[in-house]
Every structure is written in C-alpha cells, then in structure tokens.
Design a protein around this ligand. Structure first.
Ligand SMILES: Cc1cc2nc3c(=O)[nH]c(=O)nc-3n(C[C@H](O)[C@H](O)[C@H](O)COP(=O)(O)O)c2cc1C
Length: 280
C-alpha cells in the first residue's frame, strides 16, 4: 500500500486529486493548507488518556464555528462514566478499535432549545417542518468538522462514527436525549498510534464547478479515480462477497455501490419523527 507522501500542500493535493489546483504557491495561511492537505482520520490510538481539560478546550474552540442564524443548535455529550462508555462500545462489536479509543464524544443536533425560547418568550414556533431538523443537523456537522480540525491540529487523532445512528434509539436512551435532540455522529479521540494513510479524493473536476453544475466526463473521471485508487490504495477487504463475489480490481465505486445496495438505517426517519420532528 502506498505511504502518504511528505511534501508541500501542492504535492499533497496532487497526490490526493491526481492533479494539483492552480496556485503554484500557497497563499497566506499555508500552514492550514498544509495541515488539511495531509490530514487523515485515525482508528488506532496509544494507550494514553486524553486530558479532559484538553477535550473541553477543543470543544470551546469547536463551538466557535459558524452557526445558522446564530441559533447554536448543536451540542456535544462527552462520555466519561466507564459503564456508559461500555454500553456504547458494545454497539460496535465489529469495530473493536472504537472501544480502544481513549475518549468518545457524541455530536448532537439540538432544536429543543429553540423551542424552549419560544415557550419562554410566548411566541409560537411556526416553522415545524423539515428545515428545523436540517438546520440542527447541519450545525452539528459543522461543529463536528471544526472539532476534528482543532483536535488534529493539537496532535490528536480522531474518527467520526456515523454508525452510532444505527442505534439511534439506544444511544438516545443511554444519553438521555430529550425530544428534538438527536445524535448526528460519535467521535473517537486519542493520541495516534500510527501515522495512517492519506485518503485519495475524487478529482477536483468532479466536485468543483464553475457557474453551473457540470457532469461532463463524470463517468470517465470516476473510472480513472477508481483505477488510481485501486493501484495506490487497494481496499483491504471487499464488502458482501457472499452476495456480490470477489471483484478484481475492487474499486471505490464498486465499494460504494455495494455499501448502499444493502438497506441501512431504514428506521432513522421513524426515529427522528419519534423525537418530535415533522419532516415535511
Ligand atoms: C459524518 C461522518 C461519519 C463517519 N462515520 C464513520 C464510521 O461510522 N466509521 C468509520 O470507520 N469511519 C467513519 N467516518 C470516517 C470516514 O470513513 C473518513 O472520513 C473517510 O474514509 C475519508 O478518510 P479521511 O478522513 O482519512 O480522509 C465518518 C466520517 C464522517 C465525516
């Protein structure tokens, strides 16, 4: 498997995307670009605790992220009690590295406070539709991403865990999440035990558009990405070989198509509705 190359942001971008973006020299903020160009999720941690005070500081940094209309509809639950942590870890028997992570946080969307403001101020909440859920989910995702950046820049490793939502009701019960508060993702956190690998990305020509959304050449670009990725970052394991057999090469698009060929979280809408959201 190819190792992550060391190098300038331009070299790292070229590795990730197959071609570097236009600017030959990083503008101001080059250290941020260099960090982002080389960042990666971490699923292997040293047996070393993360100081709770550091986690609180990282949370303080993350909550500085933008928030839709300053509504601040996102919260973090830090798992501290070993018994509770054990219950959450037990939800992931196939991913023992989650239980081995020194710290685990749950990022939640919270539309409850907004509704409480309406009660306290005697104003009807008349926007009880999909947007109420969506805004809180987006805020929580931005918070998560910002926490990841703060943590990685502090030298920690982390990995978001959306698999938490496979157990929305159980997580909600364990954490005492009330109506209109829902888990968006967990996050494992610890000091990295290995350097890890930079994950290749779709070429910028696929995901970056000018003026108008453009899918010209999409399939060829994805196939080229498949080939580049299979060459330098082959998957260690193929999904659902009993149903789909063994593919050679086993590509990113095949992996993603297999992933969503199986029902996943089909009960999530019912869970969110049971939390009191109307999703129309
Ligand atoms: C919202 C979100 C949910 C994720 N959920 C999981 C998860 O449940 N399990 C996991 O191993 N990785 C999870 N990841 C990590 C992704 O697999 C990872 O970001 C992706 O493979 C790209 O790798 P990189 O972060 O190293 O660039 C999640 C990432 C995000 C942003």
């Amino acid at each position: 498997m190819a190792r992550a190359p060391a190098g300038s942001p331009q070299e790292l971008f070229a590795y990730r995307y197959g071609a570097a973006p236009a600017a030959p020299e990083p503008p101001a903020g080059g250290d941020t670009l260099a960090y982002l160009a080389g960042r990666r999720s971490c699923r292997s941690y040293l047996d070393r605790p993360v100081d709770p005070a550091l986690v609180e500081t990282l949370a303080a940094a993350a909550f500085c992220a933008p928030s839709k209309s300053d509504l601040q509809q996102r919260d973090i639950v830090i798992l501290r009690a070993p018994a509770l942590r054990g219950e959450i870890d037990a939800l992931f028997p196939d991913d023992p590295w989650i239980a081995a992570a020194p710290a685990f946080l749950v990022f939640c969307g919270n539309n409850r406070r907004q509704r409480q403001l309406h009660e306290w101020r005697g104003r009807a909440f008349v926007n009880d539709h999909l947007d109420a859920f969506f805004n809180a989910a987006v805020d929580a995702a931005i918070l998560l991403a910002t926490f990841v950046i703060a943590a990685e820049r502090a030298g920690l490793g982390c990995c978001p865990i959306s698999a938490l939502r496979n157990h929305g009701g159980r997580v909600s019960d364990l954490l005492g999440l009330p109506d209109h508060v829902f888990p968006v993702a967990g996050l494992t956190l610890g000091w990295p035990a290995e350097e890890g690998e930079i994950s290749l990305r779709l070429p910028l020509g696929v995901t970056l558009h000018e003026d108008r959304f453009d899918e010209a050449g999409l399939r060829q670009a994805v196939e080229a990405y498949d080939a580049r990725r299979a060459e330098s970052q082959p998957y260690a394991k193929q999904r659902d070989t009993a149903d789909y057999g063994t593919a050679a090469p086993y590509t990113w698009s095949e992996d993603k198509a297999r992933q969503y060929a199986k029902p996943q979280r089909a009960d999530f809408g019912a869970f969110i509705r049971a939390k009191g959201f109307r999703l129309d």
